[in-house]
Ligand binder design. Sequence first.
Ligand SMILES: [Zn+2]
Length: 544
Amino acid sequence: MVNVESYQLFLDFELPNYTGSVKIEYSDCDEKLALDCEGLEIHFVKPSVSWIMENQKLVLHGVESKGTLEIGFSGKVAKDALVGIYTAFYENGSIVTTQFEPIYARRLFPCIDHPAYKAKFKLVVSVNEALKVISNMPCSVEKSGNKLVYTFEETPPMSTYLLYLGIGDFTELESGTKPKLILACVKGRESKTNYPLKTGVSVLEFFECYFGIPYPLPKLHFVAVPGTAAGGMENWGAITFGEVYLLADENSPVEQKINCVYIIAHEVAHQWFGDLVTMKWWDDLWLNESFATLMGFKAMQALKPEWEPFSVFVQEEMKFGLLEDSLSTTHPIQAKVNEAHEIEGIFDAISYSKGASVLRMLEAYLGEDAFRRGVNLYLRTHAYSNAEGKHFWGALSQVTSSDVGSLAEEWISKAGYPVLLIEVQANKMKIRQERFSLATSPSETWKVPLTMEVNSKTKSVLLRKEEEVLEFEDEISSFKLNLNRTGFYRVYYSSLDKLSELNAIEKAALLTITSTLRFLAEFRFLSIWMWQGVTLTKKSFYLF
Ligand SMILES: [Zn+2]
């Protein structure tokens, strides 16, 4: 497999057009080298070798096994796209920005556009005098005729989809803290920049502490992109946000502030999990996104506990995942991605909602501290490199001396989830599990990490069988299962007599008979929804 050491990229903009050259330092190459390249015009290849454009690839023949190739090309900034290098318009003008995940870096320059081909990037960008340029690293600026030339420091090894380039008449505000945080927005938006900037500083502090690894780059930009409904993109050192999500102030409605804090935390978490350590291939995109989703809520819990973020998580992520995963249209989280362009269709909201919930369940089962130590081990072991899901489970297994891999595997490779039917008598608790499905589905069992509180004492067990009986020393006088709703399963209590008091997070997950009936009626499954021995009646029951 060819190894790309670095890309030295020179781009000269005469908007909307640009001409460029890229010097690619490589080794371990066969006689043939295929570079991803879309919508670009190739002008030259040095040293001179034969080349041809074939299926959006620039195929070079007769290349040396190692050395440096230089390719001259030109391209155009798109006006009607939200990917690749494109124009984002606002009321007083426009900016140029990029979105390269998953397969659009090839629209800026010829490269091996694959997450596992990490390389160092050195950018030099020439633009008209009035414009500022933002990229992943800090830069120096020089005047050359009527142009400004921005020379950026070389990046550490990183994936092509994390490269960023922004050009525009930006206003930039700095945090004055370390690592340096800079918010860039278009003119006229300044009044709503303090809140996200302050939030960014706290979030960076939180993650440096949580991951136990300093923020890896010399600076971080938050770029507020106008005129887009897109959320955020974790380009390393230069995160882009749809400005409607990022910009807020103290007087903004609380929902807007929640969105702002959450999206900042999610994207900043990726600076470590995703950017410093990157998935080898898009098969693990669900893990990348699910992890950042969980971390987004975790940081929010630390910063804004009064918002009860995990009640929001249960209401918005988990409830949605539980519903979608009970329909006939559900599918396992894990999927095989053959071509990068498939990922948008393969991983949907269920992969991410359920994925984040399954990670949260594992964290609760292993313990927050053990989980964090596993994350730290994983990041340290694979820093500036790539890894797969199995490496993440491996790191968690190593710090906990338990087989996290087989537990995780079961939850990501099987569609659906169980409902636990509970019966309590004297000092015994009988737990029977079956698949919770609003469609007909085969009976199945899961390894269920079950948390519980019995007679005011907490306990966790791993259920393995369809039916298990747990025995306690004393008669059970009060109990509840699935504490803080960390488990991705439902619990059915046939009687509520001995149920302990629920906290806010637990209440957020409650489906009472009224909402259950409404929920089932909406999905027209009422007539077929029946568990073995538990027919839905108007008798009072609760489902959690
Ligand atoms: Zn993300």
